[in-house]
Design a protein around this ligand. Structure first.
Ligand SMILES: NC(=O)c1ccc[n+]([C@@H]2O[C@H](COP(=O)([O-])OP(=O)(O)OC[C@H]3O[C@@H](n4cnc5c(N)ncnc54)[C@H](OP(=O)(O)O)[C@@H]3O)[C@@H](O)[C@H]2O)c1
Length: 260
């Protein structure tokens, strides 16, 4: 007798407790909506509390909870993990999504500015990942961490000068591999999504100029930026039982940017 197969059940996140950082706008808000729609309980985190409360109200049930936090504060990462566990009793998934991007030549981008970008984009995700993994391991259920990388974690920006961003995202890609290799036998999977270009508050100005759009379309084999829903599948795959044997992977969702 063959085993019945329900492929869609693989993506069901019913009962899973997920934290999404940087959920007050852009990709993070979308990720929270997608995880919630897949059945998860979601903890949305960022500094702008009002935006988070609006998102919780929109999600409209007791499976959404806001934690206002600056991920670079000394006690921010712990407050986030504690907030999820206090509200929902466990932690199963973290999407390390909060980030900033500064465009400026390395000749003028001061070392202190570089340091602060690394603090948000690389050090905070590390601090959150290690606390989350400790919680997941202590639950004996394991869990999943999804970091946000970038095509600029794969190579330099060329005409777009973003030294702090490129360095931090390159760091995120290899941190993903390192943490995955350390925690693979403890039931904690660590992967990254590396998007190409998706319009958000982070890159509005770029999308609004011919030069910026030209940079995106000229360097993307599909000749267009991504649509908001085109990261949903990558997130659900990495977050769910669809990827139980996948760890340390950087999944590019980039219209072919890194294929050339
Ligand atoms: N959009 C793209 O094309 C693209 C491409 C590749 C990678 N990414 C990555 O995707 C992630 C999301 O970016 P996005 O495009 O959605 O940009 P966004 O709309 O500007 O969102 C960034 C989020 O990070 C939060 N954040 C920033 N600093 C924070 C801090 N210190 N503490 C807590 N939260 C903080 C912001 O919330 P508050 O201001 O309320 O704190 C906001 O919710 C980033 O890691 C980015 O590098 C984006």
């Amino acid at each position: 007798m063959s085993t019945p197969i329900d492929p869609t059940a693989l993506f069901d996140l019913d009962g899973q407790v997920c934290v999404v950082t940087g959920a007050s706008s852009g990709l993070g808000a979308r990720f929270a909506r997608v995880l919630h729609a897949a059945g998860a309980k979601v903890v949305v985190a960022a500094r702008r509390a009002e935006r988070l409360e609006e998102l919780v109200a929109e999600l409209g049930d007791d499976r959404a909870h806001a934690v206002a936090v600056d991920v670079t504060d000394a006690d921010g990462p712990q407050a986030l993990v504690d907030g999820a566990v206090e509200r929902f009793g466990q932690l199963d998934l973290v999407v390390n999504n909060a980030g900033i991007s500064n465009v400026e030549s390395a000749l003028t981008y001061e070392t202190e500015q570089f340091r602060s970008e690394i603090e948000i984009n690389l050090i905070a995700p590390y601090a959150i990942a290690r606390l989350a993994a400790a919680q997941m391991i202590s639950q004996e259920t394991g869990g999943v961490i999804v970091n946000l990388g970038s095509v600029l974690g794969h190579g330099g920006g060329g005409k777009l000068k973003a030294p702090g961003y490129a360095a931090s995202k390159g760091g995120i890609h290899n941190l993903t591999r390192e943490l995955a290799s350390e925690w693979a036998n403890k039931g904690v999977r660590v992967n990254a999504i590396a998007p190409g270009w998706f319009r958000t508050e982070m890159n509005d100005e770029m999308f609004d100029t011919d030069g910026g759009m030209g940079y995106i379309t000229d360097n993307t084999p599909m000749r267009r930026p991504g649509n908001p829903d085109e990261l949903d599948g990558a997130l659900l795959f990495l977050a769910s039982a669809a990827s139980t044997y996948v760890t340390g992977h950087v999944l590019y969702v980039d219209g072919g940017w890194t294929a050339i």
